[in-house]
Design a protein around this ligand. Structure first.
Ligand SMILES: *Cc1c(COP(=O)(O)O)cnc(C)c1O
Length: 338
């Protein structure tokens, strides 16, 4: 199957399995897993933070980050289309007693500075206490402009807010913008990174930040059920991905561009945008369902209506150059058949 629904569908390679099998393990709740400890140390160094903590999912890493920054009765400023707000079941409010203060994302994924400014509440017991600004990079595949990130995090500090970055796809941003990961993490107090997306690990996310923050996060991780035992097998997969799967994200970005260019020439197909490993297109409404069915017959999977009538096609390491050719060929054949 050529699965374009998400970059979460990647499977571990034989080499990654071998690394997982060979990893020395221990009980990580006791702090005894050497593979987890080494991996956390390496990722902390790589991101320029004091400490790192491994999680089973990005959702849990983000939730625990919010809980480690904020207390009951606090609020965090976040984008309407941010994963932490929109796609995590409202966890910050449901489990963290943290009120989200969502604001509309601009077209480039940023939160306009004047809207952030207007959203910060005065110190008044009528209001929730504004505690944190949360950004996301990449967002909908788009790399946040570097100058913007500096301005937004400076603004947060001016108001005494902490800053968190949902960097589920920050490696894509680093590769696409040719910027060291450390540089992208520097403006934030905490960053969550996913290894189970384009990097191809089966499971695993990491939260990085100051030692004090990570100590609080370790407590909350246990509370929400994220304390894992011989999780060195997961850390080994993440470590393998870190060493071997980062550079090839550039191939995914190139292939996404190739696919976007080809699809945009088809009659009635409108390219909404292409950014890093994601292509957003509008297929003629009458055709979305039948095109999806036709492609499925040819072993190509896509999610026809991701959002606002747009189809999202996600390129990842399990999509080869030949697969892209096939997707272009079959999609073209579908429209010529009409
Ligand atoms: C995937 C993703 C997450 C976390 O997802 P999990 O499936 O819980 O690992 C968080 N933020 C963004 C932007 C994501 O794409």
């Amino acid at each position: 199957m050529i699965d374009l629904r998400s970059d979460t569908v990647t499977r571990p390679t034989a080499e990654m399995y071998a690394a997982m099998r060979a990893a020395p393990v221990g009980d990580d709740v006791w702090g005894d897993d050497p593979t987890v400890n080494t991996f956390q140390q390496r990722i902390a160094e790589k991101t320029g933070k004091d400490a790192a903590l491994l999680f089973p999912s990005g959702t849990q890493s983000n939730l625990v980050a919010l809980m480690a920054h904020c207390e009951r009765g606090d609020e965090y400023i976040v984008g309407q289309s941010a994963h932490t707000y929109r796609y995590e079941g409202g966890g910050a409010a449901v489990l963290g007693s943290i009120q989200p203060q969502p604001i509309e994302n601009a077209a480039d994924g940023s939160l306009p500075l004047e809207k952030i400014r207007a959203a910060v509440k005065a110190d008044d017991f009528h209001f929730a206490r504004t505690c944190l600004l949360a950004l996301e990079n990449t967002i909908g595949g788009k790399v946040l402009p570097a100058g913007y990130v500096t301005q937004a995090t400076d603004l947060a500090r001016e108001y005494g807010l902490a800053t968190h970055l949902d960097g589920a796809r920050l490696f894509n941003a680093a590769v696409a913008s040719n910027t060291p990961l450390k540089t992208l993490c520097l403006p934030f107090d905490s960053v969550s990174l996913c290894f189970s997306k384009g990097l191809g690990a089966p499971v695993g996310s990491v939260l990085v930040g100051s030692q004090a923050l990570i100590d609080r996060a370790r407590r909350w991780r246990k509370v929400v059920g994220g304390g894992m035992r011989q999780s060195g097998i997961i850390a080994a997969a993440c470590q393998y991905a870190l060493e071997h799967h980062v550079d090839s994200l550039a191939d995914d970005h190139r292939r996404a561009e190739q696919l976007a260019n080809a699809l945009s020439t088809l009659p009635g197909v409108e390219l909404a945008y292409i950014a890093t490993n994601m292509v957003f297109v509008r297929f003629p409404t009458a055709h979305a369902a039948s095109l999806t069915a036709w492609l499925k017959e040819h072993d190509i999977l896509l999610d026809p209506l991701y959002a606002d009538g747009k189809t999202r096609l996600v390129i990842h390491r399990d999509i080869s150059a030949r697969d892209i050719e096939k997707v272009i060929e079959k999609t073209t054949a579908y429209f010529l058949r009409q």
